[in-house]
Design a binder for this molecule. Structure first.
Ligand SMILES: Cc1cc2nc3c(=O)[nH]c(=O)nc-3n(C[C@H](O)[C@H](O)[C@H](O)COP(=O)(O)OP(=O)(O)OC[C@H]3O[C@@H](n4cnc5c(N)ncnc54)[C@H](O)[C@@H]3O)c2cc1C
Length: 419
């Protein structure tokens, strides 16, 4: 019998599920509350800078296998760009030092043995304790597993974990840090090449997916917010979209790919993460000074990373909760001051925009990590997806896409979903 799979939410988790299910023959309909797809990973035209920008810079790594497979499937595999080798340039605002970390391709970390490749001021032996981060015991925070001090921590571990977990590193769940380290640093330089959506997140990750779905007959309904989910004892029965109710047939299924606070409001009794961390991005319309690496790590400043795009420099500040209430112009000036110092560009503030995402990711603490549910629910035709479900990864594009794939596989493999 033909079945319809309703996917609620057109963020990356929902889109990944739709892209995976559409070729399999079921009817797929994606319902998105807002007027745009992409959720927390989107582009828009910004009047202040007069150009299309992303809500925030998103970095992928060459080891993000699900994200790369998704891009390949939607025909956008070539749209991520990055250096041929895993290289990361840094500048320390306090000391003025500059260096470039150069990982070697293979799993054996020869780069640690080479003073010109490793973190300046560190010795090869300093890296040994990092092994403790590979398989930590359950429920521990990073600060309980490794010493969060010293040059190696300040210049490598902290920037890496702050960016990947979006939380002050010592408070981050060691389990999530371990997954990041295993899939990047420990997997060798081949898995660590930085990849950027140079033409924008929309043109790279979102629009090609929408085109892929449209070409294959999937429905994508924008401004179609799920307002309520009527649940019987063991299955979801009705989707209420405000003025329109969709009754589910016996083997129809629902993938709920909305943020955790929305999922909890639709499905009472669901345990979900309840704390979040912000990410602040600042965008400046200016031609980057040549030569400039595509991404530059900044230590001992407000700025954490500077991304160079054609005609624009964009700054990312993770776990930026303390900046949420700072006056916008003051923040733009503070950030630009640091960018100008680092790049040698004029101190005059160019056209700018600040985008503050208050709930950019769930707070990746051990306690919040423990609140992440798996995809299976008490209702046999209702499956969960989203970066906040228990993927074993922090809230990232890779995690969102894996969660969407997982939900799609569950739905595809069983028309009669049981616990
Ligand atoms: C500023 C910023 C920077 C980031 N940087 C990085 C990075 O560098 N690298 C990285 O890997 N990740 C990064 N992330 C994280 C990444 O963006 C997210 O992990 C990912 O986009 C989450 O996708 P999702 O589909 O799980 O959730 P969402 O993107 O939140 O999608 C949920 C969708 O559901 C919709 N929705 C909500 N309620 C309803 C409803 N009732 N009915 C219908 N639809 C509904 C929403 O509108 C939204 O479109 C960053 C995030 C932010 C905010």
């Amino acid at each position: 019998m033909s079945r319809t799979i309703h996917i609620i939410g057109a963020g990356l988790a929902g889109l990944a599920a739709a892209v995976r299910l559409t070729p399999l023959g079921s009817k797929v309909v994606v319902h998105e509350a807002t007027a745009f797809a992409g959720g927390r990973c989107r582009s828009y035209h910004d009047a202040s800078v007069g150009m299309t920008i992303d809500n925030g810079n998103h970095l992928l790594l060459s080891g993000n296998r699900a994200a790369l497979e998704y891009l390949h499937r939607i025909g956008a595999g070539q749209r991520l760009v990055g250096p041929a080798k895993a290289e990361f340039s840094f500048v320390d605002l306090a000391s003025g030092e500059r260096w470039t970390l150069r990982f070697n391709d293979g799993r054996l970390p020869f780069w640690i043995l080479d003073p010109k490749r490793r973190v300046p001021g560190t010795r090869a032996l300093d890296y040994a304790p990092l092994a403790r981060l590979l398989w930590p015991s359950a429920g521990k925070a990073v600060g309980e597993v490794i010493a969060c001090e010293g040059l190696l921590y300040q210049r490598l571990v902290e920037p890496l974990l702050l960016a990947a977990l979006n939380i002050d590193a010592p408070h981050g769940a060691a389990r999530l840090a371990a997954a990041v380290v295993r899939e990047t640093l420990a997997a060798g330089g081949r898995a660590c090449r930085p990849l950027i959506a140079r033409e924008g997140l929309g043109a790279t990750l979102i629009e090609p997916a929408l085109a892929y779905l449209q070409e294959r007959g999937a429905g994508v309904r924008m401004e179609h917010q799920l307002r309520a989910l009527r649940l019987a004892a063991d299955r979801a029965e009705v989707l209420e979209f405000g003025g329109e109710a969709v009754t589910l047939d016996a083997n129809d299924a629902v993938i709920l790919a909305v943020p955790p606070y929305i999922a909890a409001s639709l499905v009472h009794g669901l345990t979900v993460p309840t704390e979040f961390r912000a990410i602040v991005n600042a965008h400046f319309r200016i031609e980057p000074a040549a030569p400039m690496p595509p991404i530059l790590g900044v230590l001992n400043g407000t700025v954490q990373w500077i991304f160079a795009f054609p005609g624009r420099l964009s700054v990312t500040i993770s776990a930026g909760d303390q900046l949420i209430d700072t006056q916008r112009e003051d923040l733009a000036k503070t950030i630009w001051n640091e960018v100008a110092r680092v790049t040698g560009l004029p101190a005059t503030l160019p056209p700018w925009q600040i985008v503050r995402e208050r709930r950019a990711t769930f707070a990746a603490t051990p306690a919040q990590d423990a609140r992440r549910p798996g995809p299976i629910t008490n209702w046999r035709n209702l499956v969960l997806a989203g970066d906040w479900t228990d993927t074993g990864l922090p809230a990232t594009i890779e995690g969102a896409i894996r969660s969407g794939n997982r939900a799609a596989d569950i739905v595809a493999s069983s028309p009669d979903l049981r616990r």
